[in-house]
Design a protein. Structure first.
Length: 115
């Protein structure tokens, strides 16, 4: 529901809903559950889309590290987060985008909506 609310333009309400969902998922599923990690990815991506690119990037970098640790560096969800980081770094003009993972986080395509 939060995703579609954000797509409809009510991003601030959607961010609050993503945060509430995340709290529930951490409590019920744990921090490394794939659904929890996906919600973190969405919350970070929408944070960036709402204008807090720095905050979104920091959150995406944290979820990327956790996805790599929990799922492995070649898992499609880890790759989607790496791509989202590259996208937002490119939009913000940040340097250091490469394909190295944690240090550079590179990737390629637009990471929005990857999950």
């Amino acid at each position: 529901m939060a995703y579609w609310r954000a797509e409809a333009g009510d991003v601030s309400t959607a961010l609050a809903e993503f945060a509430a969902l995340l709290d529930d998922q951490v409590r019920a599923l744990g921090g490394d559950h794939p659904h929890t990690l996906s919600t973190r990815h969405e919350l970070a991506s929408w944070t960036a889309r709402a204008g807090d690119v720095r905050g979104g990037l920091l959150a995406l970098e944290a979820v990327f590290d956790d996805r790599v640790r929990a799922l492995g560096p070649n898992h499609p969800h880890a790759k989607a987060t790496r791509d989202a980081i590259a996208y937002w770094r490119g939009r913000s003009g940040a340097d250091g985008v490469d394909d190295q993972g944690a240090g550079g986080r590179g990737g390629g395509a637009d990471g929005e909506g990857a999950l």
